[in-house]
Design a protein around this ligand. Structure first.
Ligand code: 7GP
Length: 797
């Protein structure tokens, strides 16, 4: 990057304000200043961006393309400044102009083009790819409305559109009209024999969409490498305007990139969703193949220069789409095209929940993407032919792509690629032993694990500046570029002075969060209390309800004995429920009413508070995570593929209260059993219940009076205004046999919570454990995770 001084930044910043807004700095709003600064950053990185792109082209470097229907970057300003190494310089330059950088940060809107873990992981990878110097680009959709904005009204979740995109566009993006491509959907396709005997598709009555890319620079950390995240928007091609004569016609097209589907387990709005998937995949692949073609190398070897990653099954049509391009546009034979396609493609699975394994109605598929449907049919036929007689017929029936009129997208991704990975050791084991075991039998060599990671710079240097400064003082600044150096903290775990310093930092972060809660909800929070946090999507398997049950138990204890002293606690929840997920929304209502009840009960003497944080998103996470004492990771063992907030919390010195699920197991291995609190059934115990069909929640309920009293609190009027929701929950736990084993795990959970309360009284012991977590968090950096993808799956390093 060009050499920058404070003076130059000041001059350039003023110039931007003059040119773009015809305004002097003193009169500018935070919005205008933010835009001016962001544009300046774009200018500064442009030479690196162009150089890196030219380098890749000139050296014909193999490049990976990460296809994902979700990206969840949050805000970009601070990350960009940090990665460019000009954070302090810019902060000082602005200070000279009497401007606080944090006001500009506040003016930026979150890019919420994702639901949860899967989308956030994609964004951590976008940060890590340039950081490790790998040519890896993102490919996704430029939704005009991101994940809904959550409002809580009378305790209920209300969803409002998240109009994150300003009318004049997102300041970080650059529109590239010259790189637009056409995508065809609907219509009929006939295969017409050619003179040489080949069959060529002829299209009729198709609808043509114009896919226009918007590029967002992805800046590596201190290394002058800039990659690209390409998001596609739809336009109506001038040439085909007559196909869309009415306003309603045009709107239907514009809808394609209008909203992100607000559900991270199942999907709705079927045809629109399918069109979104094809639109993004086709636009991305056409572009990739075109740029490969420019190299003048044989199409049959495209896998030597291109890797395409299918992030969960939503981009699975990449397999038949690449086949279509190679066969129809470049005249490759089926076998040749197939051999290279399977080498190009790789796939990550992000969940074991069967309802999230995408399947499409063959009829709908045929209507919307008729040529792709033909190719999928052929993939299916070839697959059956290949395995017939070699394995049991039943295995083929269970693994083929088309079954009972449905297209199985996971099957397509596995068959059509060379790599399948899970996102934590346990999850990959479960894929192999259970969810995908038939595939493991056919293709054991395809399976591998890549435990998730997080962009640790964001979750420490940006989100927790006080802790970062303390780390600098204690172990030097090396950890800022090599996060493994956090292990140097091991030498100080038992030093009471340093323990105290970390305690002070935590208290200051808790105060910041408490101030936010006071400002937004008017609730006073005691910061000497344990800040106990569960933030993540609301799902039955994540068991926010188990947390609620423990709170009810504490409430009952305090009401029974008004003189009882407990270690004071504040329980924080942040969670969005999918709009159509009734049960999840009822849990939100219950939490809010319980919070209302508890927070206004003076007899509890401030020993217990409950806070539901509205509209949980990446920016709010940056405020919450550094303030947590306890990180709740309490999913039913075997259900949470990995979890990534667990990694963010440990990095910030929270102690994890966890089941042996997902990456919690690897956190336990990293910090040792004494520095994490584990409870409940492990995955084998859960699977034993499945095998024996012997779980009986009513029996547990009948035989455990303390638990019975807690469960009954949902229906006996203890929690006001929740008559309907209370019965729904009671039924799920008792009448429907408690699918996620809350009742079985309850006693152990309560016991371990009591242990945590005891432990917190000994500040030194607590801090030693917290610091042990910080010291051992380096192994969860997404820089390392993505390096493994780059080397072992994509072969780009
Ligand atoms: C999530 C998993 O639930 C979480 O455990 C994991 O850490 C994360 O992916 C990243 O791998 N899954 C999703 O967000 C999701 O949408 C449905 O899964 C396809």
């Amino acid at each position: 990057m060009i050499h920058l001084t404070k003076e130059k930044i000041i001059e350039d910043f003023k110039m931007r304000l003059h040119e773009d807004f015809m305004i002097q700095n003193a009169e500018a709003t935070a919005d205008e200043r933010f835009i001016a600064l962001a544009k300046l950053i774009k200018c500064y990185v442009m030479p690196d961006w162009l150089r890196h792109r030219d380098e890749i082209v000139k050296e014909q470097k193999k490049t990976a393309y990460y296809f994902s229907i979700e990206f969840l970057p949050g805000k970009m300003l601070q990350t960009n400044l940090l990665n460019l190494g000009i954070y302090d310089l810019v902060q000082e330059a602005l200070a000279d102009l009497d401007v606080d950088l944090m006001d500009l940060v506040a003016a930026e809107r979150d890019m919420a083009l994702g639901n949860g873990g899967l989308g956030r992981l994609a964004s951590c990878f976008m940060d890590s790819l340039p950081t490790i110097g790998a040519p890896g680009f993102g490919n996704g959709i430029r939704y005009k409305y991101g994940l809904f904005k959550q409002k809580i009204v009378n305790g209920y979740q209300v969803e409002l559109p998240d109009a994150w995109l300003p009318s004049d566009g997102n300041v970080w993006e650059t529109k590239k009209p010259h790189a637009a491509v056409d995508v065809k959907i609907y219509g009929n396709v006939y295969l017409v024999p050619q003179e040489n005997g080949d069959l060529k598709p002829v299209y009729e009555n198709v609808k043509t969409l114009h896919a226009v890319p918007y590029d967002i620079t992805q800046i590596g950390f201190n290394n002058n490498v800039v990659n690209n995240l390409r998001l596609w928007d739809v336009e109506i091609p001038e040439k085909y305007e007559l196909d869309y004569p009415t306003l309603a016609d045009r709107r239907r097209i514009e809808d394609i990139t209008s909203v992100l589907y607000p559900d991270d387990a199942t999907r709705e709005g079927k045809s629109l969703r399918l069109i979104q998937e094809y639109f993004m995949v086709s636009a991305g692949l056409q572009t990739i193949v075109k740029s490969y073609a420019k190299m003048g190398l044989p199409m049959a070897q495209i896998h030597e220069k291109v890797a395409v990653h299918i992030n969960d099954t939503h981009p699975a049509m990449a397999v038949p789409e690449l086949m279509r391009i190679l066969i129809d546009d470049y005249n490759l034979e089926w076998e040749v095209a197939w051999a290279t396609t399977t080498q190009v493609m790789s796939y990550t699975n992000h969940t074991v929940l069967s309802e999230a394994l995408e399947k499409w109605d063959a009829d709908l598929f045929k209507e919307i993407v008729p040529r792709i449907y033909q190719i999928v049919g052929e993939i299916d036929r070839q697959f059956v032919k290949t395995w017939a007689g070699k394995v049991e017929a039943a295995i083929i029936d269970r693994t083929r792509v088309i079954q009972n009129g449905q297209i199985h997208m996971a099957n397509l991704s596995i068959i059509g690629g060379h790599s399948v990975n899970g996102v934590a050791k346990l999850h990959t084991e479960l894929l192999i032993e259970d969810v995908l075991k038939d595939f493991y039998l056919l293709y054991p060599e395809k399976f591998n694990n890549k435990t998730n990671g997080i962009a640790q710079r964001r979750w420490s240097q940006i989100a927790n500046p006080d802790m970062s400064a303390l780390l600098d003082k204690q172990i030097g600044k090396g950890w800022r570029s090599n996060v493994h150096e956090l292990s140097k903290l091991e030498a100080f775990l038992d030093d009471p002075t340093i323990q105290h310093d970390f305690y002070q930092v935590k208290q200051a972060n808790k105060q910041r969060l408490a101030d936010y809660v006071k400002k937004t909800q008017g609730i006073d929070l005691p910061i000497h209390a344990i800040f106990d946090v569960q933030v993540k999507r609301l799902h039955a398997y994540k068991r926010q309800l188990l947390n609620v049950m423990h709170i009810i138990k504490l409430y009952q204890d305090l009401k029974d004995d008004p003189t009882l002293d407990i270690t004071p606690r504040v329980f924080f929840f942040g969670a969005k429920a999918a709009p159509g997920y009734h049960f999840a929304k009822s849990v939100i209502k219950i939490i809010n009413e319980l919070a209302n009840l508890i927070n206004h009960d003076e007899s509890l003497r401030n020993q217990l508070k409950v806070v539901f944080l509205e509209n949980y998103n990446v920016s709010l996470a940056e405020l919450i995570v550094p303030a947590a004492d306890v990180s709740e990771q309490i999913s039913t063992a075997g259900k949470e593929a990995s979890g990534t907030s667990n990694m963010k919390f440990m990095l910030n010195g929270a102690i994890t209260l966890a089941t042996l699920d997902g990456a919690n197991i690897e956190i336990k291995d990293a910090v040792g059993e004494d520095n994490i609190v584990i409870f409940g059934m492990d995955k084998d115990a859960v699977y034993d219940h499945y095998a024996r069909h012997d779980y009986n929640s009513r029996q547990i309920y009948d035989n455990n009076p303390r638990l019975k009293r807690v469960v009954d609190a949902f229906t006996d009027g203890t929690i006001p205004n929740t008559h309907y929701e209370g019965y729904e929950i009671w039924d799920a736990l008792i009448s429907y046999n408690d699918e996620y084993f809350l009742l079985e795990d309850f006693d152990d959970y309560v016991a371990k919570q009591a242990y945590i309360s005891e432990l917190y009284k000994d500040k030194n012991a607590w801090q030693a454990k917290a610091m042990k977590n910080i010291a051992n968090s380096g192994r969860f950096t997404s820089d390392d995770t993505i390096e493994l993808y780059a080397r072992e799956i994509w072969g780009i390093l």
